[in-house]
Write a new protein. Sequence first.
Length: 146
Amino acid sequence: MKTKSSTKLTKIVSLSICAVMMALIFDSCTAKVAFMTSQVVPAARGSVKIKKDRNHNYVIQVRLDNLSEVKRLQPARQTYVVWMVSGQEVTKNIGQIHSSSGTFSKNLKASFETVSPVKPYKIFITAEDDVNAQSPGMYIIATDNF
């Protein structure tokens, strides 16, 4: 009798530990962080989500709401550029968010997705005149708070 109940208790404890570990593993693989409010476009809200894929690359997903068209900024710019800072403190242009009517809905929503082999430690968005800018300008639209 005692053996059956201790075996049952051992199974329950083992399953509980496995469940907790699985939850921690899945939680640690995905990080979703809200962007801080910008002084350039204060109405813009959004988040960045970073997760590892099967190939151990980092999938970076950016979602934004209420993002003004880049031409309406003062002064007007040509494009929004997404930047990534890696662990080596290297800042890299990882792409642009289009501000055309085809990309944005009536609610001024935008999204961006890319993959990086390097873990990002900071993601931010600037308004730029050149999509191929090699360093970020001073018009920061959104920045995460990792």
